[in-house]
Design a protein around this ligand. Structure first.
Ligand SMILES: O=C(O)CCC(=O)C(=O)O
Ligand SMILES: [Fe+2]
Length: 320
């Protein structure tokens, strides 16, 4: 990245609280392996769910995108968790609680061009923060009316990412990175941001940030596949419903400076880049998988979990 591009990215991020970097990832080299990985995962899952009787068909004759739309439209929240790159937040863990870690996704998380932009915004000591998700949003029309609500599949309410972490990490400079794996459009549920809202402090979160804390200009942020959106932990954002007939596939990742609280202590992160201690950088996706499996075993041994929202007991007048 040349100095001029770096300056433009930094200035836009400082001014608006977010910046889109187009063409960061390559269709063939970076995104296709992710599609292949998820196609194989979906194939394994549908075979199993069909055999177990929780899915009427394997939808095996459909393309990955059609198949994902048909399947994800009708499965339970517990089943959706099999597609995520984080453990779910649940009350009780078992060794079977799903988390999908693969070489393809690890390469995305540690992509040098992505980390170059992260370095520009939070410095060269970069920790891959475990607050991360893969979201394959099916068309709204593929979801039966009685389908259980699931935040990963629907329009996302207005929030700030700092509003969903634990308070011990409030001083951590957590950067959010949203990667478009398919094109994200206003029709299929792209993100919406409020420019400059990262300078307004943390707003109360009820079901979402109340309207009076976001009476500002809202910008939808359509993105081409392979682009990435970098945003501040205080930038107010939401996403639109998927009203197309195709999936909207994205990853949202977080990075924070090495050595700072991550805001989700129970889950594992890793050093993604370090100038001070290059020997501590994790480079093998199998080690990443092992970190999640170890964290899961630890959670199993802890018994009942209580992931309390920081907004429990929030000031009622703000939520009225
Ligand atoms: O992808 C979405 O719909 C919401 C993403 C989001 O809130 C985030 O990346 O922080
Ligand atoms: Fe968010």
């Amino acid at each position: 990245m040349n100095e001029q591009t770096a300056t433009v990215i930094r200035e836009e991020f400082d001014r608006n609280g977010f910046v889109v970097v187009a063409n960061l990832l390559d269709d063939t080299l970076d995104l296709q392996p992710v599609f292949d990985d998820y196609a194989a995962l979906l194939d394994r899952l549908t075979t199993r769910w069909h055999a177990e009787g929780t899915l009427p068909s394997t939808y095996g004759d459909l393309s990955f995108r059609r198949r994902a739309a048909a399947v994800i439209g009708q499965i339970s929240n517990e089943q959706v968790a099999h597609l995520d790159i984080s453990l779910p937040k649940v009350a009780v863990y078992s060794e079977e609680t799903p988390v999908h870690t693969s070489e393809a996704t690890f390469k995305l998380l540690t992509h040098p061009r992505l980390l170059d932009v992260v370095e520009l915004l939070i410095g060269p000591e970069i920790y891959s923060n475990p607050i991360q998700h893969a979201r394959i949003k099916p068309p709204e029309t593929a979801r039966p009316a009685e389908a259980p609500g699931n935040g990963y599949l629907e329009a996302t309410p207005w929030h700030q990412d700092q509003g969903v972490i634990t308070t011990d990490a409030d001083e951590t400079d957590i950067l959010s990175v949203w990667i478009a794996v398919t094109d994200a459009t206003e029709e299929n549920g792209c993100l919406c941001m409020i420019p400059g809202s990262h300078r307004e402090g943390l707003a109360p979160h009820c079901f979402e940030i109340p309207a009076k804390f976001r009476e500002k200009f809202v910008t939808p942020v359509p993105m081409k596949a392979g682009s990435a959106l970098f945003f501040h932990r205080l930038t107010k954002h939401s996403s639109l419903p998927n009203q197309s007939d195709d999936i909207r596939f994205s990853f949202d990742l977080r990075y924070s400076p090495v050595g700072m609280p991550t805001g989700r202590d129970e889950f594992p992160g890793f050093v993604a880049r370090s100038r001070q201690h290059p020997e501590k950088v994790l480079t093998d996706h199998r080690q990443w998988t092992a970190l999640w499996h170890d964290a899961r075993s630890h959670l199993v041994s802890r018994g009942q979990m209580d992931f309390r929202s920081r907004w429990r007991g929030v000031n009622q007048p703000d939520c009225a």
